[in-house]
Write a protein that binds this ligand. Structure first.
Ligand code: 4LI
Ligand code: NI
Length: 185
């Protein structure tokens, strides 16, 4: 299983590389990675397991964060207690087909499992995206996302392009955002 020891941190060169596209069929190794990335998110969101293994909770984990420079990321946005997840997929070769002009940012800012410090500030992103990706079997999916799930997916796709969330924070005034940006509580 993936633990925090397997997650590389800010300063590691892999986090700044553009990750490679995958081809199908996926290798056994990459299928296992997909499973392990999602298992980490499930474990990290389970209070008991997270405490036992010292896992920090996350809703997204991208392959480059475990030093695998390939275009794969797991996303697990939980639903309300006892409800199904809002978005739970391993995305292979994800692309944003189109995005809204409307921007949005999380009120509390963003965190990242590869960043061991608090970086305050708004991270302005598209509020709505049309996402295209491939599943592990090579089937294509297209889905529209908005608000929190859209922000998480953009954060994860950034990892595939060597971008970290604080690259988007305004250096002079971290809490200034483009006019009309929605602040998501
Ligand atoms: C426990 C169990 C407050 C502070 C609120 C925790 C289950 C921050 C928010 C979680 C913040 C779960 C999250 C992200 C933020 C903050 C990620 C807690 C895990 C909230 C996910 C990728 C940015 C994603 C909303 C500096 C590791 N996640 N909170 N940002 N949650 N979580 N990001 N922001 N302020 N990061 O971090 O997975 S997109 Cl689900
Ligand atoms: Ni991250």
């Amino acid at each position: 299983m993936i633990t925090m020891d397997n997650i590389i941190r800010e300063g590691h060169p892999t986090l700044r590389k553009r990750a490679e596209k995958l081809t199908f069929p996926l290798s056994e190794e990459n299928q296992k990675l997909a499973h392990d990335l999602m298992e980490f998110l499930e474990n990290s969101q389970d209070e008991k397991i997270a405490e036992k293994y010292h896992l920090r909770a996350g809703v997204g984990l991208a392959a480059p964060q475990v030093d695998r420079s390939i275009r794969m990321t797991a996303v697990l946005v939980p639903g309300a207690e006892g409800e199904d997840p809002i978005f739970k997929h391993v995305l292979v070769n994800p692309t944003i087909v189109s995005e809204s002009v409307q921007k949005a940012a999380l009120a509390e800012g963003e965190g990242c499992l590869s960043v061991d410090r608090d970086v305050p500030g708004y991270v302005p992103r598209a509020d709505r995206i049309k996402l295209r990706w491939f599943d592990l079997d090579g089937n294509e999916h297209v889905q529209r996302l908005k608000d929190y799930p859209a922000i998480v997916v953009q954060h994860e796709i950034d990892h595939l392009n060597g971008i970290l969330f604080f690259d988007h924070v305004n250096k002079d005034n971290p809490f200034s955002v483009p006019e009309g940006t929605l602040i998501l509580e």
